[in-house]
Design a binder for this molecule. Sequence first.
Ligand SMILES: [Zn+2]
Length: 331
Amino acid sequence: MNKSSSILKTDIHCHLEACFRHQTLIEIGDRVGLPVPADVGTFKRDYLVANQKESLAEMIAGFDRVRALWFDPKAITRLTKEAVEDAAAQNVRLIELRYSPDFIQNDRDISFEAIHGAILDGISSANTDIAVGLIGIIRRTLPLTEAQKVADFITANADSFVGIDLADQELDYPGQEFAQLFRKAKASGLGITIHAGEISVEESRVNVRTAIEQMGAERIGHGLHIVNEPDLIQLVIDNDITLELCPTSNLLTGSIPTIEDHPFKKLMDAGVKTTINTDDPSLFAIDWNSEYAVAANSLSLSRADIDQCIENAKTASFIDTNTINKAWSAS
Ligand SMILES: [Zn+2]
């Protein structure tokens, strides 16, 4: 038990498909004839992204290895329920889980409605009183007609999603193409967050500007590489944008060379609203306690800084304030 375990935490950037217990994958794998290594070392080597990788593409390949286990409503409900309970067990009081309907569907005979229903069942059957919200993901790599179908599904279910996101490969897939889908989603009351600025190249920084100026983003997933661009920092501040920072993720995808190089504190000191998040906890072999410990120990965040990040997440959350306050007072 370390100090970070007692903090009442938030996580507003967490991919549901990357939340799983090893034991659960073994059991589900058994059922579908997909052997999942019981040996922890082999499991880590073959399924997880626990060491620093060369690219975001490597991490996305890691996702592909686990998605086969999200194969039917029963498995999806169980995985979701366990994700919520695992977060609650580490004193996470507010979590926004995001998932990609077509990624889970994976050309199989399961409808978006069945997937979504199974996830909602998982959340409601979790034995917790924490605030949980769902964000639907559009993948940048989808052809526009496919993206439109996913966006229509998310927008049609605006009562059970709290937000919509654009994720996946940033390079070569600019956001403009999807801007109209996001404007429609925003009009239906959904919060807008966009993965952008995750990679240290100009195109990735341009994605941050596009997200804010053309897609109605209120939050940016990652966005860390605006750090040396005063204009972009000003744009983020002027538009009251919150960054969803995921430090260990940035290290493992090669976005930063060492954890100490993460510009978390620099961004905070520049006046940017920052939050602490896990991104893909089980896939990275991390959890909420460990990520908050990283913030304190490797990123030199004081307890006051961490508290500020938690307040920022509560304010920027797409979950309604009453639900968040209730979850907080129930702790
Ligand atoms: Zn992400």
